[in-house]
Design a protein around this ligand. Structure first.
Ligand code: ADP
Ligand code: F6P
Length: 457
């Protein structure tokens, strides 16, 4: 059996604020079962890049990490990845910054990663690159003579062509993708946009799952990521989970709880969510002193000003809404800026009558799947899910909403909180079946097999 080498911007390191993000959580689970090696940035900075690799065992996964220079981190990670590609890929060209130093830092760091990586790759290895930070790395590896099969999985959306062309040198970036054997997308919508770009901007042709541009052919597929279902269920039996469940029971008393769990990111639609909750409170007097929204959102990417702006805006909104609606014995929003362990998360999800997951755009959104996995099948809560999350393609039995429309979200909250047990169970059963079947191991096996079986033409 060939060895699996997984590459992502960072490997899964314990995060001080607790918000790891879906990629880290999923790859950790996938590699713990499959074995292999995980290569990426250590998260640390060093004065001068050396390319020397440290091997570490993190939570049962063998990892190889390198340190980057402060300029690398600024231009590649805070710059091109998080100020240029992230907003663009989430349809926010109004927030995207195009700065040449970001682009050159991005290419430099991809080359820097490729240096030590190509030395580690053995002839039979399968190489799997993850996410928008590392799009051009396969072309760098090919320059080093790497002949192995290489797959790339994009965890974010792929934007429509009309938005993507606003990126300077967009053609150059997309052409580097033809160094891969397989490209994986979370949904058919993102795949369609990619194919549209190849056909309309690069003069490519599409034949079934294969795309050809300038004589180079690759396989482009949909392969939605899932959660580590069994492990997640097991987490709900731990002491940390049981303890938090008890604390929640005491603190909630008769309140019906709505929960949101997100990295503090503008793509998650948090401002719009609070706005919708305010609309709900205005329209439903009976919810006062009866309903509480717990929003957990630890700081993410705090070096980027737009992320600090979201934090400031949410502080202001939560304070204002609480000030306007709270009573001496009731606060409508509990806004928490720290992360919780996976064990604790299961308790939080299970205690919530509604899981409110309303990103403005999201590659997948694993929180939606975790919420369903954590419910008591005999008395489940209801998932209110943005139709613009990749997860909506698989989770049609959720209450699907337009997160930009506060009245629509408010109506869905009311419907969820008053839904009869029979309908709740029926919806939950249908959702649970998909979450359990298409879990993270299904995703990993399927994608790795697609890389191994891709016809190289
Ligand atoms: P993204 O990858 O954009 O962060 P996802 O919803 O796909 O979004 O994945 C987020 C992952 O990070 C989930 O596994 C979730 O449990 C975890 N996570 C998000 N917010 C928190 C938090 N506040 N505390 C602990 N874990 C979190
Ligand atoms: O899941 C999407 C993603 O961008 C991952 O690539 C990333 O690891 C995660 O969110 C968290 O972001 P960051 O690594 O920038 O903290």
């Amino acid at each position: 059996m060939s060895r699996l080498i997984v590459v992502s911007n960072r490997v899964s390191l314990p995060s001080p604020d607790g918000a790891q993000g879906g990629l880290a959580v999923a790859l950790q689970a996938a590699l713990r079962e499959a074995g292999g090696l995980w290569f990426g940035w250590s998260g640390r900075e060093i004065d001068t890049f050396t390319g020397s690799v440290r091997f570490e065992e993190i939570d049962g996964v063998r990892s190889a990490v390198v340190d980057l220079e402060p300029q690398d981190v600024e231009e590649y990670y805070n710059g091109f990845a998080n100020r240029t590609l992230w907003p663009l890929f989430h349809y926010r060209i109004d927030l995207a910054q195009y700065n040449r130093s970001f682009g050159s830092g991005y290419e430099r760091v991809n080359k820097r990663f490729a240096e030590p990586l190509h030395v580690m790759i053995e002839p039979d290895d399968t190489v799997w690159i993850n996410d928008y930070h590392l799009i051009p790395i396969a072309s760098q590896l090919r320059e080093h003579g790497v002949k192995n099969r290489i797959g790339f999985f994009l965890h974010t959306p792929w934007p429509p062509t009309r938005l993507l062309v606003s990126l300077p040198y967009h053609e150059r970036l997309v052409r580097t993708m033809f160094a891969y054997d397989v490209l994986g997308f979370q949904t058919g919508e993102w795949l369609e946009s990619f194919l549209h770009y190849c056909q309309n901007e690069l003069g490519g042709t599409v034949d079934g799952e294969y795309v050809t541009v300038d004589g180079k052919r690759l396989r482009a597929v949909v392969c939605p990521i899932g959660i580590d279902f069994k492990n997640f269920l097991a987490a709900s039996n731990t002491k940390a989970s049981v303890d938090l469940a008890e604390r929640m029971r005491i603190s909630l008393r008769q309140l019906s709880m709505i929960v949101g769990v997100d990295r503090l990111d503008y793509s998650k639609g948090l401002e719009e969510r609070l706005n919708s909750f305010e609309t709900y409170l205005k329209r439903h007097e009976e919810a006062h002193r009866a309903v509480v929204l717990i929003q957990v959102a630890p700081q993410s990417r705090g070096q980027v000003e737009q992320y600090r702006n979201v934090r400031d805006k949410l502080n202001e909104m939560a304070g204002r809404i609480n000030g306007a609606f709270a009573e001496v014995d009731w606060t409508p929003i509990r806004y928490v800026n720290r992360g919780y362990s996976r064990d604790e998360l299961t308790a939080l999800y299970r205690a919530a009558r509604v899981g409110l997951v309303t990103p403005l755009r999201d590659g997948m959104n694993l929180v939606a799947k975790e919420y369903i996995a954590a419910q008591d099948p005999d008395d489940p809560g209801v998932l209110v899910l943005s139709r613009f999350a990749g997860a909506a393609a698989q989770m049609q039995d959720a209450l699907l909403v337009n997160p930009y429309a506060p009245e629509e979200v408010a109506d869905a909250l009311h419907r969820a909180l008053t839904m009869p047990l029979g309908e709740r169970k029926q919806r939950h059963r249908a959702l649970l079946e998909g979450v359990e079947r298409e879990d993270v191991h299904w995703w990993r096996e399927r994608f790795v097999t697609m890389i191994e079986e891709a016809d190289r033409g």
